[in-house]
Design a protein around this ligand. Structure first.
Ligand code: TXA
Ligand code: MG
Length: 310
């Protein structure tokens, strides 16, 4: 199929997976309730977990939001298109299906040539990550097909660049709060805003500010362990950062490159399952926190969610 045919599918109320710079999204027309319902059904997603609206130009924000707070406007100008999702007070007409009944709506403008061109022609799309609920987010078209079947409509844009989902910030209060860490971190946001940014505590993110954070996402079938590694066994996969252990086939060394590690993490999880590993051991990444602070925070957040020993 070509892009036009995928656009026609969306217009006909169907759902289509497409690449963004973070992960693949499962797109549906943001104004079509039955299409959005299909997204929840296809993913097996709990109805109380709201969706992100994806747009292709800033004016479209006003279809969903009455007024953009000054802080939010600064973030849009600085980081859109890009991997930043902004939670704003919603207009009453925004479908409750999208917001799970919250009075806020999450919006982002992805920075990916296919996503940009697709959304420019379909209009705003809701798009959760295009995985079955509880599976790692898809970073390749084949991951989407693995979850939803070989015939599922997915626009293939190759491997996604960032590999972890967007940073989600709440701009509906007095201070910007990071609800979900991602590539854009504190040290990117604070200079643009000229003020401090808060990070939602785990307790806060249980209810109701960032509903998605309470679900155990990103879990491969293999058990995931995080910490120090001293010996290796063949039936396990080891994702390491230093040369403390051997160079066997089942040891993948990222040498402290947290950017590449982020890009490949979910693919490694899925590969480990396909190859039948019992466990995945991830070596502690603390030593590299200063080198790439935003990736560090985002990785720890995802690893914790996938972990069996946390
Ligand atoms: O990078 C991404 O954000 C990807 C790509 C496809 O754009 N999308 C994505 O969507 O990760 P999803 O549905 O897997 O995650 C959306 C997150 C969830 O944690 C959800 O709870 C949160 O955004 N969210 C959505 N609307 C919200 C709202 N009104 N208030 C607070 N959190 C919200
Ligand atoms: Mg998701």
């Amino acid at each position: 199929m070509n892009l036009d045919q995928y656009i026609q599918l969306i217009k006909a109320g169907e759902i289509v997976a497409f690449p963004t710079e973070t992960v693949y999204g499962l797109g549906a027309d943001a104004w079509n309730p039955s299409a959005i319902q299909k997204v929840f059904e296809t993913k097996g997603r709990p109805a109380d977990n709201p969706l992100i609206v994806h747009i292709s130009n800033q004016d479209q924000v006003f279809d969903f939001v009455e007024k953009i707070p000054e802080r939010a406007k600064k973030l849009m100008d600085a980081f859109w298109p890009g991997p930043l999702t902004i939670v704003l007070q919603k207009k009453p007409k925004v479908l409750d299906l999208i917001t799970a009944g919250l009075d806020t709506v999450a919006i982002r403008m992805p920075d990916h040539p296919i996503a940009k061109s697709f959304i420019a022609q379909t209009g705003p799309l809701v798009a959760p990550s295009a995985n079955r609920s509880g599976r790692p987010s898809p970073t390749k078209a084949e991951h989407v097909r693995a979850d939803f079947g070989a015939k599922f409509p997915v626009i293939d844009g190759g491997a996604t660049e960032v590999g972890l989902e967007s940073t989600v910030v709440d701009s509906s209060g007095e201070q910007i709060v990071i609800l979900r860490p991602g590539k854009i971190g504190l040290s990117d946001l604070e200079p643009v805003l000229g003020e401090k940014v808060a990070i939602a505590s785990k307790a806060d993110s249980e209810v109701p500010k960032s509903p998605g954070q309470k679900y155990s996402h990103y879990k491969p079938q293999a058990a995931v362990y995080y910490g120090e590694i001293d010996s290796i066994m063949r039936e396990n996969l080891y994702l390491v950062q230093t040369d403390t252990i051997g160079k066997e086939k089942n040891v993948i060394n990222y040498k402290g490159d947290l950017i590449r590690f982020s890009k490949e993490l979910y693919d490694r999880f899925r590969q480990a399952d396909l190859e039948g590993y019992n466990s995945i051991f991830i070596e502690n990444i603390d030593a590299f926190s200063k080198k790439a602070p935003a990736y560090y925070a985002a990785l720890l957040n995802r690893i914790e969610k996938a972990c069996s020993n946390k």
